[in-house]
Design a protein around this ligand. Structure first.
Ligand SMILES: Cc1ncc(COP(=O)(O)O)c(C=O)c1O
Length: 401
C-alpha cells in the first residue's frame, strides 16, 4: 500500500509558521528566462560579484592538498577562533577568548544559535524592518515572538534607540539588530547604540548584533558596536559575523558566533547535534582571510562605493524613485509607491514580477523584507550591467506611471 504524501498540516506545528523567502519565486523565473537565452540583468544578488581573493583560495587548496579534510574541533579550529579574536581586537579593541567563539556554517547559523539558545516561548524579541527575513523567522522557530519595529524611510531606515526601546514590553527578552542593514544599508549610530546598551543592561536583556556587513561601511563612519555594547553588556551580548560578504566567500559557508562562555558552550552543544564543525577547508581559508592582508576588503569597498554613488545618480534620473542614501552593504532600497495604483501595478511584488517579465530585470520586492512599496536593487554587479538595468527599470517605471 502506498503511504499518502503528507500535507503541510501533518508536519510539526513549528513548520506551520515558517515561511520560505518570497524572493525565491523571482529567482526561479529569472533562471527560466536565462535558460531560454534571454539577456537578464540581475539586480537581485545578495552576494558579492567579486571572486574570492586568490590568497584565500590558495589556503583552501593547500588544506585539501594536505588532507585537512577531516572533522575539526566541533566549535572550530583553535587557529581560526584565535584569528576571529584577533580581528575583533584589531577592529574594535574588544577581547574575546577562543572558548567564547564558535565557528559556524555562515553568519546565518550563528544567528540561529543565538535565537535557539537565548529565546523561547513567552519571550518577545525586538527587531526592525525593513529587514532581512531570516531574523524574524528564526525567532519564531525558537518559539518566541518577533516584535518588529518599522524604521522610517525619511530617517534613512535607521534603527534608532527611540524606535527600538519604544517597543519594549514586560516580556521582552532580547533585541536583534542588523547593522549595516539588509536591505536598507542603514547603520545604528554609536550614540543610539549607547542608549540601547544602557537600557538593555538595566533590564538584563540579550542583545544580538548581526554584523555580517560590518566591513562594508562607506565614508569611515565610526561603528564600534562590539565595543559600545560590550562595555556595559558583555555577558549578554552575542555577535554574529561572517566571511561571506567582506571576503566574497558566500559559498564557503563560514561565520562565527561570539559571546559569553556559557552561550558559546550552549551553541557548541547545539552544533554538535546538528551540523558539527563548519567545513574544515573553509576554516583554513578563513584563517587566511582574517589574518592575511585586508587590502582586498578595502579594494572591494571602494568599488562598491563607486557603484552606490553611480546607481543613486542614475536612479535620480527619475525623481519619483525616492531613495535614502545607504551607509553600508551593497543595496539601494527605493520607494516605488509613485508607480503603483489600484488600476495598474498594485504592489511592489507585482512591480518586480512585471519588471522581470517585460524588461528582464531581477529585483527583490519590498514584501520580502516586510516593506511593501519598495524594491531592493543590489549593486553587487558591474557598472555596465547596472547602467543597463537602471535604463530598463526607468523605462519600465515611466511606462507604468
Ligand atoms: C543581514 C544578513 N545577515 C546575515 C546573513 C548571513 O550570511 P551568511 O550566512 O552567508 O554568513 C545575510 C546574508 O544574506 C544577511 O543579509
Amino acid at each position: 500500500m502506498m503511504t499518502p504524501t503528507p500535507s503541510a498540516a501533518q508536519l510539526a506545528a513549528r513548520m506551520q509558521h515558517v515561511a520560505m523567502s518570497p524572493t525565491i519565486k523571482g529567482t526561479i523565473a529569472a533562471e527560466k528566462l536565462r535558460r531560454e537565452g534571454v539577456d537578464v540583468v540581475d539586480l537581485g544578488a545578495g552576494e558579492p560579484d567579486f571572486p574570492t581573493p586568490s590568497h584565500i583560495c590558495e589556503a583552501g587548496h593547500a588544506a585539501i592538498n594536505a588532507q585537512r579534510t577531516k572533522y575539526t574541533a566541533n566549535m572550530g579550529t583553535l587557529d581560526l577562533r584565535q584569528a576571529v579574536a584577533a580581528r575583533y581586537r584589531t577592529d574594535y579593541g574588544v577581547e574575546y577568548a577562543p572558548d567564547e567563539i564558535v565557528i559556524t556554517a555562515g553568519g546565518k547559523q550563528a544567528l540561529y544559535h543565538a535565537a535557539i539558545g537565548l529565546f523561547g516561548p513567552g519571550d518577545d524579541v525586538i527587531t526592525h524592518a525593513p529587514g532581512w527575513p531570516t531574523i524574524a523567522e528564526q525567532i519564531k522557530l525558537a518559539g518566541a515572538k518577533p516584535v518588529i519595529v518599522q524604521t522610517r524611510a525619511e530617517q534613512g531606515f535607521v534603527p534608532t534607540a527611540e524606535l527600538l526601546l519604544g517597543a519594549l514590553t514586560p516580556n521582552t527578552r532580547g533585541i536583534v539588530i542588523n547593522s549595516p542593514g539588509n536591505p536598507t544599508g542603514a547603520l545604528l549610530s554609536e550614540a543610539d547604540a549607547r542608549l540601547i546598551a544602557a537600557e538593555a543592561a538595566r533590564r538584563g536583556l540579550w542583545v544580538v548584533l548581526d554584523l555580517c556587513y560590518e566591513r562594508l561601511i562607506y565614508g569611515g563612519v565610526p561603528h564600534n558596536l562590539p565595543g559600545i555594547f560590550g562595555e556595559v553588556l558583555r555577558d549578554r551580548l552575542v555577535l554574529a559575523g561572517s566571511s561571506s560578504k567582506a571576503y566574497a566567500m558566500t559559498g564557503w559557508r563560514l561565520g562565527w558566533a561570539v559571546g559569553p562562555k556559557a552561550f558559546a558552550s550552549g551553541a557548541n552543544a547545539l552544533q554538535s547535534h546538528t551540523t558539527s564543525n563548519a567545513s574544515s577547508i573553509s576554516q583554513y581559508a578563513a584563517v587566511a582571510a582574517l589574518n592575511g592582508p585586508q587590502q582586498c576588503v578595502t579594494d572591494m569597498l571602494t568599488v562598491y562605493q563607486q557603484r552606490r554613488d553611480q546607481v543613486l545618480e542614475w536612479l535620480a534620473e527619475e525623481p519619483r524613485f525616492r531613495c535614502a542614501v545607504p551607509q553600508g552593504a551593497f543595496y539601494v532600497f527605493p520607494d516605488i509607491g509613485d508607480f503603483l495604483s489600484p488600476g495598474g501595478l498594485r504592489t511592489s511584488l507585482e512591480f518586480s514580477d512585471a519588471l522581470l517579465a517585460e524588461e528582464h530585470v531581477v529585483t527583490t520586492p519590498g514584501e520580502a523584507f516586510d516593506a511593501p512599496g519598495f524594491v531592493r536593487l543590489s549593486y553587487a554587479t558591474s557598472l555596465e550591467r547596472l547602467r543597463e538595468g537602471l535604463t530598463r527599470l526607468i523605462r519600465f517605471a515611466r511606462k507604468h506611471s
